[in-house]
Design a protein around this ligand. Sequence first.
Ligand SMILES: NC(=O)c1ccc[n+]([C@@H]2O[C@H](COP(=O)([O-])OP(=O)(O)OC[C@H]3O[C@@H](n4cnc5c(N)ncnc54)[C@H](OP(=O)(O)O)[C@@H]3O)[C@@H](O)[C@H]2O)c1
Length: 400
Amino acid sequence: MPWIHLDDIAGLYIKAIDDASWSGTYNGTAPEPVTQREFSKEFSEKPTAASPDPTEAPARERGDVAHQSRHRLASRRPAGNHHSHVIHDSAWLLTTDFRCYRESRSNDNTWRFVLIVVTGATGALNGATVDHLLDRVPVEEVAVAVRDVNKARRFADRRVEVRYGDYADAASLPTAFHGADQVLLVSSNDPGADAVALHRTAIDAAVTAGVGRILYTSHQGAAPRSPFRPAVVHAATEQLLAESGVAWTSLRNGFYAHSLAWLAGPWRETDVITVPADGPVSWTARDDAAEAAAIILATHGGYDGPVTLTADAAPTFADLARIASDLIGRSIGLAVVDPDRWVADQIADGQPEPIARFALGMYQAAEQGFFAGTDPLLRDLLGREPQSAREVLAHRPAAR
Ligand SMILES: NC(=O)c1ccc[n+]([C@@H]2O[C@H](COP(=O)([O-])OP(=O)(O)OC[C@H]3O[C@@H](n4cnc5c(N)ncnc54)[C@H](OP(=O)(O)O)[C@@H]3O)[C@@H](O)[C@H]2O)c1
């Protein structure tokens, strides 16, 4: 962006008011546009020890940091015959974009972008991530980019900046990601979409916007040869992130524990958990994953590459049957049935075949060990025990 000093913009306004010969459109821009990364780097190299809190620092002092960055006003009269005064300020450092800056949390007297843009905030995971983030950073440092701004009213009510952004609408993303140091990309939840293409669009836009770090909601067991379809999408997306040239963090969340309400079937009524394959799964509470994401975002770059966020244990369905028996006070059995029979039974029960086959891939990935690992990182980040599958089974009634 062609950053401009606030004094220069003020001077432009005064000139426009005073000089009756001015007519038409004038651009208030610096002569040389710079990327946000270049600007942030130069900005951060300027010592600011005299002004530890930018909200208290005199405007001129703050503005001078940018002023020293060689970017001065260049007013140009565009071609054409205009009859009204229109002034376009391409970059107001201390007004519209001041929200992007804060003193570094590392107390190293550097300045930098700190705006965190969260996509998918109208969804359960990233909505909760924003809630947890607002417990940790000032509201001015958070913006949400959503497909339907009306669904994000609860954030607007809390003074969070709400932006429109849809991966399927590439033109929306430059504005959605503007000024961000970190962008948290939700993984697409649309089973009919080309999710990798959508993620590529979002990653490209974040790179072009000059963000400092891209974070992505991935899944434990992301692998190109997993029978669980989303795992293949996550692996391909992580590859795109690795090739993006921008710092990235992939949040490999454990399987959502509340999914047991349908993946373990109606065991409370039938006294049996019926599955087409058995294997260990690190069932993880979605809200724990959301809180961990917020903690990671608030570190501003503390975690690189894939990080695995799981509960402490990875019980098999046989283990879950024992836990369920203990919880309910009567014996709950486990039946591992032929996969084709299981799919047929699901369809007979009213489940669409694509959904039944999608779920089958999950059980088969579990059987092959894709969800078997556990990692202490989630516990360390939360500073407490993550919720266990036992707690989730105890508190959630079985549902289809
Ligand atoms: N770890 C697991 O076990 C597990 C389980 C299920 C899903 N997931 C993955 O984790 C993600 C988040 O989970 P969740 O529970 O929060 O899902 P969710 O409640 O369905 O939310 C998904 C969010 O993604 C947004 N979104 C979808 N397509 C988009 C696009 N093209 N551009 C921008 N935003 C888009 C949705 O926007 P709208 O509100 O406009 O629809 C919504 O805000 C899911 O999308 C899925 O990929 C993980």
